[in-house]
Design a protein around this ligand. Structure first.
Ligand code: LRH
Ligand code: MN
Length: 381
């Protein structure tokens, strides 16, 4: 049963994780980095080739702008992967300094909305059913703008996008406590995202980016609550020690990832309707191995969460056996699931150790040799 559940796991990798990324202090280039979306997708296909559970790639517009999105989707299919969520970008244009869909100037709001609607067109062209909306919108100083008026503007834009969605399409609204805004962020927390989505309807759900909370936030509570309301659309998985560090998921807090997957499984969220997406930046480590390791971290947390003896747990909870209940969970968490996953990979016709198999494949040496010249991809269009 557990192997069956792990075999059908689907983890989406982000195109931008294969490009250069960094901080305001430095973006370190790396050899072999893709120069265009076609090469990004080729790298993402390697992650699926060696893990067997990463069959889709999220795009970010305009970072992944191409002449023909249909041709890009064809290229992906030839490589055995599909186009996943389409990510809008209304955070890098000079016009958006004071906001995008919440900007005081209606002309700027119209420009931002046009981009969001263009992203739905790209969903139509690529066959993607998910639009992910993250707004950097906010203010830096009290009085800079009217908090309520900005919510009215946001609601208006979200409603227009919602109306444009076709059958089977949805959008996931992402929240973030701060950065780049440092006073008010217009979608700062799950409650704000949830309230906007409830008001709109079933095609609007919330995405939980695990790096977007105040320190000490119990993220699995948010997950359990959103699942109960049918409003958990998915995850942007990464991990952090401090802020939105975008480190490999499970690297900073594997126990938190386990607790999150425990609530996902218990809340009926371990289905293809929950988007398990990675949203990470490999600033100093090699990109493709970083993605492979991240997928394995999600697999390990999921396997441990599937191992929880839920009948024993329920019995202990009913009996008020605090330590007994906690022990049931910790037994699963402290189980080494790596042999189980290695066995499953072999049954799936894959090498038991994806990291070693990728290293031996020679793919990196090939792209480092081939990808000379041109502009390495990064967080610029
Ligand atoms: C914002 C965010 C968002 C993406 C970006 C790459 O911090 O998490 O999901 O658009 O990172
Ligand atoms: Mn994110």
């Amino acid at each position: 049963m557990i192997k069956e559940a792990l075999r059908k796991q689907r983890i989406e990798t982000p195109s931008w994780a294969y490009g250069n990324s960094g901080t305001r202090f430095k973006v370190f280039a790396q050899p072999g980095v893709p120069r265009d979306p076609y090469e990004k997708i080729a790298d993402a296909a390697q992650v699926h080739r060696f893990t067997g559970v990463a069959p889709t790639v999220a795009l970010h517009i305009p970072w992944d702008k191409v002449d023909s999105y249909a041709d890009l989707a064809r290229h992906a299919a030839e490589l055995g992967v599909g186009i996943g969520a389409i990510n809008s970008n209304v955070f890098q244009d000079d016009d958006y300094k004071l906001g995008s869909v919440t900007h005081p100037d209606p002309a700027v709001r119209a420009k931002a909305l046009a981009h969001l609607l263009e992203c739905v067109d790209i969903m139509d062209e690529t066959g993607s059913d998910t639009l992910k909306l993250w707004f950097s919108d906010g203010t830096n100083y009290p009085g800079q703008d009217d908090i309520r008026a900005r919510q009215d503007r946001l609601a208006e834009a979200l409603s227009s996008v919602y109306e444009r969605l076709g059958d089977g399409q949805r959008f996931l609204l992402e929240y973030k406590l701060f950065e780049p805004a440092f006073y008010v962020t217009d979608v700062p927390d799950w409650g704000t995202a949830y309230a906007h989505c409830v008001r709109l309807g079933p095609k609007a759900q919330v995405v939980v980016d695990t790096g977007h909370h105040a320190p000490g936030t119990n993220i699995e509570f948010i997950v359990a609550f959103l699942l109960r309301e049918g409003k958990l659309g998915g995850f942007d998985f990464n991990s952090r020690f401090y802020a939105d560090d975008d480190l490999m998921v499970g690297a900073a807090d594997p126990f938190q990832l386990f607790r999150i997957m425990f609530e996902v499984i218990g809340g009926g969220g371990y289905t293809e309707r929950t988007a398990f997406m990675l949203d990470q930046c490999h600033n100093i480590e090699p990109k493709i191995p970083g993605q492979i390791r991240s997928v394995m971290n999600v697999q390990e947390a999921t396997a441990k969460a599937l191992l929880v003896d839920r009948d024993a747990l329920a019995a202990a909870q009913r009996a008020g056996d605090v330590l007994g209940a906690n022990a049931v969970l910790m037994d699963a968490y402290n189980t080494d699931v790596r042999p189980l996953l290695a066995e499953l990979r072999e049954e799936m016709g894959l090498a038991p150790d994806p990291m070693a198999a990728y290293a031996k494949s020679g793919y990196f040496a090939k792209i480092a040799a081939d990808r000379v010249g041109g502009n390495q991809a990064g967080w610029g269009a």
